[in-house]
Write a protein that binds this ligand. Structure first.
Ligand SMILES: Nc1ncnc2c1ncn2[C@@H]1O[C@H](COP(=O)(O)OP(=O)(O)O)[C@@H](O)[C@H]1O
Ligand SMILES: [Mg+2]
Length: 281
């Protein structure tokens, strides 16, 4: 693996696990703070490669590198800014940006994968659930596992985290980045990811969208509801809500390492209520 230095390189973006630096005129490096994330970086490169080969508009992945005491993922530098920043800079274009964005969300779900080309999203969610086994009563665990397993199989692609910071706008074209969670599955999983990001995160942390996206809670809600509507999806569908809260629970407890956070209990209650309504006993 090559060694690179990011000394003096400008930061072009910040994400969940670290920062993205402009290495030169052609390449950025997404540096992960924790070297333990190497498997994640490798998976991200692999998924990006497969997505690129599939014709999904994205930054070309160039492999991994050692960056000081940690690792980074190399990509083509996009002459672009993310859709979230564009939305903030052009509030008057909110409706047309959301309409175009919804078009991209729809388009991703028309791309069919080959068998075993991408992971099965149901399996990805079952893995999320397995990490949280000790955090919930066994009965809720098995009901959630049955629920996820019963989602219909689909070979159509799901990005998994298609929020606007993961869309780049380049010369009027929308490109998709941050491919770690690319998988093959029902579009309910995509809307669950969006519900998690734009709705669930604000429930116990009302300033979440303000702090993470720099947008109001109202605008976050509008992005979710309008996108679902334009994609012909009921934004309150129970399967989406169940999968969305499950995804939320995994982020706060496992990815953000807060298994004792105060939101865990009410989230489990919400999941139980939704499962009861669904008639899955
Ligand atoms: N190839 C790229 N070219 C230019 N900017 C990028 C590129 N990749 C990422 N960025 C910027 O960095 C931000 C974070 O990158 P992302 O891959 O989404 O990281 P994370 O997985 O941490 O969310 C993006 O929102 C974008 O602004
Ligand atoms: Mg991202």
């Amino acid at each position: 693996m090559k060694d690179i230095s990011i000394e003096g390189c400008p930061v072009v973006g910040t994400g969940t696990f670290g920062k993205v630096y402009r290495l030169n005129d052609e390449i950025v490096v997404k540096v992960y703070d924790d070297p333990e994330n190497l498997p994640l970086i490798k998976a991200e490169q692999e998924m990006s490669k497969r997505a690129f080969v599939k014709g999904i508009p994205t930054a070309i992945p160039f492999g991994t590198a050692r960056v000081g005491g940690t690792y980074g993922s190399l990509f083509e530098l996009l002459d672009a800014r993310n859709c979230n920043d564009f939305l903030i800079a052009h509030p008057e274009k909110t409706d047309s940006i959301i309409a175009e964005y919804a078009g991209l969300v729809r388009r991703i779900h028309t791309i069919k994968s080959e068998p075993r080309e991408f992971p099965d999203t149901r399996k990805v969610y079952l893995d999320y659930l397995a990490c949280m086994k000790d955090l919930m009563p066994g009965e809720i665990y098995s009901r959630l596992a049955d629920f996820v397993s019963a989602v219909p199989e689909s070979q159509y692609l799901t990005h998994g985290d298609i929020q606007m910071k993961n869309i780049m706008l380049s010369n009027g074209e929308m490109l998709l980045i941050d491919m770690n969670t690319m998988s093959a599955g029902d579009s309910a999983f995509e809307f669950a990811g969006l519900y998690r990001t734009y709705i669930a995160f604000n429930v116990y942390d009302p300033d979440n969208s303000k702090n993470f996206f720099g947008i109001s809670r109202e605008l976050a809600g509008k992005i979710y509801y309008k996108t679902a509507e334009l994609c012909g999806v009921d934004p309150q569908r129970r399967d989406i809500l169940i999968l969305g809260w499950l995804r939320y629970l995994h982020v706060i407890t496992i990815e953000l390492s807060q298994p004792d956070a105060f939101m865990v209990k009410p989230t489990l209650e919400t999941l139980r209520r939704l499962l009861d309504d669904e008639g899955i006993h």
